[in-house]
Design a protein around this ligand. Structure first.
Ligand SMILES: C[S@@+](CC[C@H](N)C(=O)[O-])C[C@H]1O[C@@H](n2cnc3c(N)ncnc32)[C@H](O)[C@@H]1O
Length: 255
């Protein structure tokens, strides 16, 4: 029997670090599926996401930088990063599972550190206070089940050089999602979803497992980062990004 769209999407729900390893090695999956995204969320959208990341992280345009990507996965985003870094003569450190890292190229300017972060941070010890750019895109909400998010963030802050930037990107915000589904645009999107998937599912009743990420958590993380002496800002995602109506980013800068 043919798999329904809802069955297809449910394959990517409730993922954890171990399950990502299996996805990475599954030859039947497309690159964005290996990192846990169904086609409707990521298919053809990664150039737009990469542009948004570059707009937010001005350090990426600089030459001879040290860049750390925690949880790069193996879809298009790390390839865009590696192409840019090669042109800029920057060094890139990739930290993910061995299985994910095995899908990415090996070159002299690339170092691979087997995660999970921050458990693996001893291997990054020589970079304390030296990393110019840290990308943590669509990763932080997977840390929740396995480690302490604040500990993860503190370990990132320790690595950052003066003038450095961190993007904790693509954070689901359950409060923002609720505001969207209560809006006229959200109600229209819900009706379209019901018609397309032939379901009565109510997104307001179907609370996603990562709903712990909400306004209060995101605002408190920003406050704690600021209290540690870093600038931190909540940035929206543009409307043309697939989950711009429910996700947002935290940009951190060390002065
Ligand atoms: C949803 S994917 C995002 C991949 C990529 N950043 C992107 O947006 O296309 C999450 C990735 O984070 C990795 N990951 C999850 N927890 C991690 C941790 N604690 N340390 C390093 N990588 C982690 C997973 O293996 C997976 O590759």
């Amino acid at each position: 029997m043919k798999e329904s769209n809802l069955e297809y999407i449910s394959k990517f729900e409730n993922l954890d670090y171990e399950q990502f390893k299996q996805l990475a090695l599954d030859p039947n999956l497309l690159p964005h599926e290996k990192v846990g995204f169904p086609g409707s969320y990521r298919g053809g959208k990664e150039p737009l996401i990469w542009q948004d990341i570059q707009n937010k992280m001005s350090n990426l345009a600089l030459a001879e930088q040290i860049i750390l990507d925690i949880g790069p996965g193996c879809s298009e985003l790390p390839h865009f990063l590696l192409d840019l870094a090669k042109k800029k003569k920057s060094k890139v450190i990739l930290c993910d599972s061995k299985e994910m890292l095995s899908q990415l190229p090996d070159e002299q300017y690339i170092s691979k550190i087997e995660g999970p972060f921050p458990g693996c941070r001893q291997k990054l010890g020589t970079y304390t206070g030296k990393v110019n750019t840290i990308i943590v895109y669509s990763v932080l909400h997977y840390v929740f089940g396995e480690d302490n998010v604040w500990h993860f963030i503190e370990c990132c802050l320790e690595l950052l050089a003066e003038g450095g930037q961190i993007l904790f990107g693509d954070l689901p915000n359950y409060s923002k999602r609720t505001r969207f589904f209560n809006s006229i645009a959200g109600k229209k999107a819900h009706l379209e979803y019901i018609a397309k998937n032939n379901t009565n599912a109510d997104p307001m009743k179907n609370q996603p497992p990562n709903s712990i990420f909400d306004d209060s958590l995101i605002l408190s993380l920003v406050k704690r980062i600021r209290d540690k002496g870093f600038n931190a800002y909540i940035l929206p995602q543009p409307d043309h990004l697939p989950m711009g109506n429910r996700r947002e980013d935290i940009l951190v800068e060390r002065t």
